[in-house]
Design a protein around this ligand. Structure first.
Ligand code: TYD
Ligand code: MG
Length: 476
């Protein structure tokens, strides 16, 4: 029997619980269950399967055209979207409050409306968080106040839908943010999972029906008190996350899901007093503050999406107080660090495990590639040996459990980027079966190819005795 009673919905994952609990059993988050009035329960099953309309099945071939994309001419934004916005698609931009989502959206809308890439688009920006004056002030500060963007402050989905469900609908609609929107026929408060989900559903349905591009802004909070955009991820076509460290001016836009493009692309921005500035050459930026000839630092030649990117990896190795040594990792995977340490210890005889170890990827970038293993190892051994990695060297390569250095993808692109930025050598995996002329870097660039991690030790002249005791770090 359906009774009107309350239920408890996890604001992080959307799971429904009949009773309140401190922890959500589904996703493990704490203090995320919020009471919401349940609607009359939906009928279960079809009850006999009558009344439906049979589907018309068709073949796979057809005259479907690849839809034209709407580029904003903000290259860092377009690349992450897969070349531009797709008509009729829904895109979610998630991120911590204050990271710059509204700024990014407003700049992108202004660029689209002004037709920076050639085609002027009819854009509408619906602000649910800021008043019209606040948005206008921001627009002025960003220098885009003249762009023909239609602006409205609203939070009622009913009103928004009424203005969008018509023939002269804008081509791009931004909703900032989805957490402030509400449907008046739901009892729960704005920002709860039911409201966020129902509001998004309504807007996405409209976007598909009317063919406009929908940009949704969503806040993520670690506390989970506001419904995270997690529940929206499967509803939209594209999910972008805007991330960065508060103290840093760099912001990274990352695609985590994209039905219309690649998901490993990133866009790099810098937050300035005139808004977000594109960073077309992130390597130069990430290496900008690097101190040369410092022990415990190695430059990793990485690939983010289709772009090579050089980042500095910093390690600090300090004697540990008795007890469990500390491990602190920023920007890299802690488990991967444990593996690199174990391989250094077991396969190369480097006694490092008993120390406190701090590892940091400079500039606030998060590196996920296994190719960073060797650069991490180089930074660690350099810190332990109190001896710098040569300042003109980049490092990349994956480390296997037996200490072997495995080849990684796109070695040529990594080398080219390193050469472009003035580096002269690369410590890297041995290349197999490569024709010399294809792989050999031009000019004076030298590669130092190693097959085993113990050859890394040969890089350090004055390595302490204990560094080589068991492993016998032979020079390559
Ligand atoms: P905002 O876009 O409001 O963040 P979100 O929408 O993700 O909550 O960005 C707010 C921050 O950006 C705020 O700390 C101030 C900073 N900012 C600048 O540094 N320069 C600028 O030109 C603008 C508009 C904002
Ligand atoms: Mg905002």
């Amino acid at each position: 029997m359906a009774r009107a009673e309350s239920r408890y919905v996890c604001q992080s994952c959307g799971a429904v619980h009949p009773k309140w609990a401190g922890k959500c059993d589904d996703c493990g988050a704490w203090n995320t269950l919020v009471e919401e009035a349940s609607r009359a329960s939906a009928p279960k099953g079809l009850g006999g399967g009558k009344g439906g309309r049979p589907l018309q099945f068709v073949g796979l071939h057809g005259d479907a055209q690849a839809t034209a994309r709407r580029a904003s001419a903000i290259a860092e934004f377009d690349r992450v979207c897969g070349g531009g916005l797709v008509p009729g698609s829904a895109l979610l931009i998630g991120g911590d409050p204050g990271i710059g989502k509204s700024t990014l959206i407003l700049q992108a809308m202004a660029a689209l409306a002004a037709g920076k890439s050639g085609q002027k688009l009819d854009c509408a920006y619906v602000s649910g968080e800021e008043s019209l004056d606040q948005v206008r002030l921001r627009a002025r500060r960003l220098g885009v106040a003249d762009a023909p963007v239609r602006l409205a402050a609203a939070t009622s989905i009913r009103d928004i839908a009424a203005s969008l469900d018509r023939a002269d609908v804008p081509q791009v609609v931004a909703i900032d943010s989805i957490q402030t929107m509400y449907l008046d026929n739901l009892d729960s408060a704005p920002g709860t999972v039911s409201q966020v989900r129902a509001s998004a559903q309504e807007l996405i349905r409209l976007a598909k029906a009317r063919g406009f591009t929908l940009l949704l802004v969503g806040h993520v909070t670690k506390e989970g008190m506001i419904a995270g955009p997690r529940v929206l991820e499967h509803m939209v076509d594209t999910v972008l996350y805007f991330e960065g460290e508060r103290g840093h001016q760099f912001r990274i836009l990352r695609a985590v899901k994209n039905r219309y493009g690649p998901t490993d692309e990133i866009g790099v921005f810098e937050m300035t007093d005139a808004g977000l500035a594109e960073v077309p050459n992130p390597s130069a930026l990430f290496l900008g503050d690097r101190q040369r000839e410092v022990a415990g630092s190695a430059v990793f030649a990485g690939i983010e999406g289709t772009r090579p990117m050089l980042v500095e990896i910093q390690a600090l190795v300090a004697p540990s107080a008795p007890g469990t040594p500390r491990r602190a990792v920023v920007g890299w995977d802690g488990n991967r660090l444990a593996m690199v340490l174990a391989v250094l210890e077991a396969r190369c005889g480097v006694a490092i495990g008993a120390n406190d170890i701090y590892l940091n990827v400079a500039g606030g970038l998060r590196v996920a590639e296994p190719a960073a293993d060797l650069a991490v190892a180089a930074a660690l051994v350099s810190a332990l040996a109190h001896e710098p990695v040569p300042a003109d060297m980049v490092v990349f390569g994956e480390i296997g459990l037996s200490g072997e250095i495995r080849p990684v993808s796109q070695a040529d692109a990594r080398l080219k980027e390193a050469e472009k930025l003035g580096f002269a050598t690369a410590l890297m995996p041995t290349r197999r079966g490569r024709s010399k002329d294809r792989a050999a870097p031009v000019g004076t660039f030298k590669t130092r190819e190693i097959a085993h991690l113990k050859h890394l030790l040969g890089l350090f002249e004055n390595a302490p005795h204990n560094l080589r005791r068991a492993g016998g770090g032979g020079r390559s």
